[in-house]
Unconditional design. Structure first.
Length: 238
């Protein structure tokens, strides 16, 4: 899911400076204190906290006509605890959209998605397909990745813990050699053996070659992937 336009992380640094002091002199000559070495305390970055997202996929007649209606519905989303992260436009059909929203309350998010009002709003603004709605628990996220092109890989696994050992064994550095930057790793909320991975793309040719690489298919099989993965390329909207 991309780029769940996911909150900015701020870091602050506090400097402490200590100076030694001498007794005051009553003579006419001034005395000078000798400063001690400055002590610098660098706090650790805030610990990452997993979060939940809802992803809504659907097709529209015309993105430019659909987007103002989507923006206007923002208050209804916020009332249901949904905050905008990103919209992806499918690389091979820019009217196929993926809307990624941060979900502070999954129950409210599901009620929002099931509300007939949403169906009416979608139809009014030119949605032409039945929406595909999925809920994920994001357990890893890279907030520094800012690429405009990205790919989502979805697949089921026999055992998540066994799969993630193989994934980590391959490593982010190896994936970077194929033009892929780790952005998010998530598990299905309704099915925790559904794995959802988002990569930013630094080199499209290398990324596509890797996705079709028999070596990657073998790696997935060895990791316990069940069935064929779903691989979808997106461009960030706007």
């Amino acid at each position: 899911m991309k780029k769940l336009t996911t909150p900015a992380i701020a870091m602050a640094m506090l400097f402490f400076f200590a100076c030694g002091s001498n007794n005051e002199k009553t003579t006419t000559a001034a005395t000078t204190d000798t400063p001690k070495t400055a002590a610098v305390d660098t706090p650790k970055p805030p610990e990452f906290k997993p979060f939940n997202v809802v992803e809504i996929g659907h097709t529209v007649k015309d993105y430019d006509k659909w987007r103002p209606g989507f923006n206007a519905d923002s208050p209804a989303r916020k009332a249901s605890g949904l905050d905008f992260i990103v919209i992806g436009r499918k690389a091979d059909n820019p009217n196929d959209l993926l809307i990624v929203l941060n979900a502070s309350d999954v129950s409210k998010a599901k009620a929002f998605a099931a509300d007939p009002r949403l169906k009416d709003v979608m139809q009014k603004h030119g949605v032409t397909s039945k929406p595909d709605i999925n809920y994920y628990h994001v357990i890893r996220f890279n907030p520094d990745s800012k690429e405009k092109q990205w790919v989502i890989v979805n697949h089921k696994v026999k055992d998540f813990d066994a799969w993630v050992k193989v994934f980590d064994g391959e490593g982010a550095a190896t994936r970077a050699t194929f033009g892929l930057v780790d952005v998010a790793l998530a598990r299905g909320i309704d099915d925790p053996n559904l794995v959802h991975i988002v990569f930013d793309i630094k080199d499209m040719a290398k990324a596509k070659a890797r996705m079709n690489d028999p070596a990657l298919k073998k790696l997935m099989t060895d990791a316990g992937v069940v069935g064929a993965p779903t691989i979808t390329f997106y461009n960030t909207a706007d």
